[in-house]
Design a protein around this ligand. Structure first.
Ligand SMILES: [Zn+2]
Ligand SMILES: [Zn+2]
Length: 292
């Protein structure tokens, strides 16, 4: 299975790959520039070459980039949307340059307009940002959210609409990233066997499980339907160890990349979370899970 973690590019782009390998991850996620600044730095050709080499050496696959936190393509404010489109275009260009497989993006916040207008703003923003860029393998993954206030993307129905309409507006292929913490907080009960089964069926019906490429594996500090986004260490939140064992054991999720975005409150939390996640993976060939 592909089990990885978000690592930092501080110091040098390639450091993120070395750190992921050090932690025994076989996939990883990064920010390609500072996630809290509009102005992005563009990696130099030698930095990209060193990064690609490190990634190959360590067998890290796939590479996921998470977009900047400031970007809000759904915004009802013209000025914010304009800045967001420009920044998102930079995200796409850097993702191509670095050789990323997936760019994960939050659909944004539609405060001040209708949800329909928010979705339209988001898609028009993506299409404008992607115009004239060439995508060999890069896929945009829209991430589900907790649905706090006017946050888009907490319901599979919304995500479904984004992909359907998005396909008519841009050549950039669109899939999904599901965050386990966000699922629980938005009201999908992935912590219980029954709830997970129901959520998976809903996801398959509305998103298509094949279109879900990445799972953000985060436990949740807040309970089912809280609409509050607080990541917890694996096993220390409302999903719990058994919850994650079921998620990781789900035959239809076996080929997804699981990426941790858990807090590092004390030294070694990242390593511990990775080890925990791995220990909960079904052992290949020795399990008798039936996929019906
Ligand atoms: Zn996430
Ligand atoms: Zn989150």
């Amino acid at each position: 299975m592909r089990i990885g973690i978000h690592t930092s590019i501080a110091g040098a782009l390639e450091n993120s790959a070395h750190r992921a390998a050090e932690l025994s991850a076989n996939t990883f996620q990064i920010f390609s520039s500072s996630p809290r600044q509009w102005k992005a730095s563009i990696p130099t050709a030698p930095a990209v070459a060193a990064f690609r080499k490190a990634r190959e050496k360590h067998g890290l696959d796939p590479l996921v980039i998470h977009d900047n936190y400031l970007i809000n393509l759904a915004s009802s404010h013209e000025s914010v949307r304009k800045l967001s489109i420009e920044a998102f275009r930079g995200e796409l260009a850097r993702a191509i340059l670095i050789g990323a497989d997936y760019l994960v993006a939050h659909p944004g916040n539609y405060k001040g307009c209708s949800i329909e207008q928010g979705i339209l703003n988001f898609l028009q923003g993506v299409a404008a940002a992607a115009a004239d860029l060439r995508f060999e393998k890069l896929m945009l993954l829209i991430e589900n959210t907790v649905g706090a206030g006017a946050q888009l993307g907490s319901r599979f129905e919304e995500l479904h609409v984004m992909r359907e309409y998005g396909a008519q507006m841009t050549d950039l292929s669109i899939g999904f990233c599901l965050d386990t913490c966000h699922l629980l907080a938005s009201g999908y009960d992935v912590a219980t066997a029954e709830g997970l089964k129901k959520t998976m069926a809903e996801a398959d019906r509305l998103l298509g499980i094949d279109n879900v490429r990445v799972i953000h594996a985060n436990d949740s500090k807040t309970p089912l339907g809280s609409h509050v986004d607080r990541h917890a260490n694996i096993g220390e939140g409302y999903i719990g160890l058994e919850g994650f064992r079921r998620i990781l054991g789900s035959p239809r999720l076996r080929n997804k990349a699981f990426i941790l975005e858990t807090p590092v409150d004390k030294d070694g939390d990242d390593r511990r979370n990775l080890e925990t996640l791995k220990s909960l993976c079904p052992r290949s060939r020795t399990t008798t899970t039936r996929s019906s």
